[in-house]
Design a protein around this ligand. Structure first.
Ligand SMILES: Cc1cc2nc3c(=O)[nH]c(=O)nc-3n(C[C@H](O)[C@H](O)[C@H](O)COP(=O)(O)O)c2cc1C
Length: 215
């Protein structure tokens, strides 16, 4: 009798274990499906003067697809680097938001919005401030959406850029940003994210996206 009870218990245990395994497997499948970007609409908005940030935008696009939009101003900055630095410094000082030529229709259709920019004067460039001010401020269409920043810089880092993105997107879910060294127009280095540097960037972008569970 004792043996019979023990056998019954063992059989029960085996069934319980099989049940537990299959349910944890389906949970795993469910969460994988949940975390892929398949069902999520992606927008990649970027500002780029010498195409380094554009190169990162293209690498992100290669991985996650979606719509790419380059930010353009109604009145473009001067070609001259020093004149641009001076204009940007003034705009940063006064809080001037340059009007954008770029209009994004139906922006609320997107779930994941990547925003890319260089560091300018250790700050978020004024055109990106304009963009976020227009679309992401409280009550704006990016409320409740996921915003993911990315940056290139001349070797001095992100400055206050990522912090400003958070401040200008108070009702969005702002994820950890990506940054890498780009060019240095001041020293005549324009597009540097190409050839081996682009391969290096691709590896870094992929592991960042995986970490964010976007891939
Ligand atoms: C107006 C201006 C200001 C800049 N200020 C900085 C800065 O404060 N710190 C920095 O590391 N790089 C600075 N840079 C360099 C850019 O961040 C760097 O070259 C970046 O990779 C350019 O990106 P892009 O090729 O997409 O335009 C500045 C460039 C410009 C044009």
């Amino acid at each position: 009798m004792k043996l019979l009870t023990l056998t019954t218990h063992l059989i029960l245990l085996v069934f319980l274990l099989i049940g537990a395994c299959s349910s944890s497997q389906s949970d795993a499948i469910y969460s994988t499906a949940d975390s892929t970007s398949a069902a999520q609409k992606v927008l990649i908005v970027y500002l780029s003067r010498t195409n380094n940030t554009k190169a990162i935008a293209e690498l992100i696009h290669k991985q996650v697809g979606g719509t790419m939009v380059a930010l353009e101003l109604e009145k473009p900055y001067p070609e001259n680097y020093q004149a641009t630095v001076q204009q940007v410094a003034k705009e940063n000082e006064t809080g001037y938001l340059p009007p954008l030529k770029t209009k994004i229709d139906n922006i609320q259709q997107y779930d994941l919005v990547f925003v890319g920019f260089p560091t300018w004067g250790m700050q978020l460039p004024p055109p990106m401030k304009s963009f976020l001010h227009q679309y992401a401020r409280n009550g704006g269409p990016l409320n409740g959406k996921t915003v993911i920043p990315f940056n290139t810089n001349g070797g001095y880092g992100i400055g206050s850029t990522f912090q400003t993105v958070k401040e200008l997107c108070p009702a969005s879910n702002v994820l950890e940003g990506f940054t890498m060294r780009g060019g240095s127009e001041r020293d005549g280095q324009l597009l540097v994210i190409q050839a081996e540097k682009a391969t290096e960037a691709e590896t870094a972008v992929k592991s960042w996206l995986k970490k964010l569970k976007v891939l």
